[in-house]
Design a protein around this ligand. Structure first.
Ligand code: ADP
Ligand code: MG
Length: 214
């Protein structure tokens, strides 16, 4: 069987697809954030991803360099809690892939695991706190398990995406324990977490765009 992989140098535009997906959901993300917090999540995310799109459009760049640029912009140029969190997520993802010609299931697994480590070390949030981690942690585990089981890259991406969706949905019944929404206590129950939703948008876009290119 052919090992599924994609060309790192030719697929930088996946990062532009991520930007489009976030920009298209700006209103939705702010509305969700507004239900329990300050309603700026869409605006914060839109700002960072728009700057990135402007900077990269029309340029030739690899997938890993695109991720590094995106991460650096988020880390240094946007406010809110999400700048440093998503900034380190994308910079972490870029690291193992830097200078690599192809990205296969093992390398993507390593990229996700570095990304998760970085976000964990900065945010210190856990599953059940009603944050982006409720989407990210199960998604990264599902991809890792699929890798360990010897499944194909495309199947592993599908598993990642479903786990991300379930994780995002699980935040609806949670009480926020971290971030602005935590101030609401019990009243934060009943709505999704904005960061969990943006994280699902990001992971499902990765899944779709990468699967197309394998
Ligand atoms: P702010 O909280 O500064 O208004 P945003 O609205 O952009 O920033 O982001 C809010 C989201 O950040 C929340 O929905 C939650 O998912 C996420 N979040 C907040 N604190 C943390 C943390 N310590 N670790 C992981 N995610 C967090
Ligand atoms: Mg906010």
């Amino acid at each position: 069987m052919d090992m599924e992989k994609f060309d790192n140098n030719k697929n930088g535009d996946i990062v532009l697809k991520l930007a489009d997906a976030i920009i298209a959901n700006t209103g939705l993300l702010s509305e969700i954030d507004g239900a329990v917090a300050d309603g700026d999540h869409g605006i914060n995310m839109n700002k960072g991803f728009s700057i990135c799109k402007e900077r990269l459009q029309g340029m030739a760049f690899s997938f890993s360099d695109g991720l590094l640029t995106l991460g650096t912009i988020l880390l240094t140029e946007i406010g809110g809690s999400m700048g440093p969190l998503y900034g380190s997520l994308f910079r972490g993802m870029a690291k193992p892939a830097k200078g690599m010609e192809f990205i296969d299931i093992k390398l993507f697994d390593a990229m996700l695991s570095v990304a998760l480590e970085k976000v964990e070390s900065i945010g210190n949030a856990h599953v059940g706190d009603k944050t982006m981690m409720d989407t990210l942690v199960p998604a990264v585990s599902a991809f890792h398990e699929a890798t360990e089981q010897g499944l194909s890259f495309s199947v592993a991406l599908g598993r990642m995406s479903s786990a991300a969706k379930n994780g995002m949905d699980s935040t609806k019944d949670m009480v926020a324990k971290i971030g602005r929404a935590a101030r609401l206590g019990e009243r934060s129950r009943g709505v999704l977490d904005a960061g969990a939703v943006s994280c699902w948008i990001i992971l499902s876009t990765f899944s779709e765009e990468i699967a197309k290119r394998l």
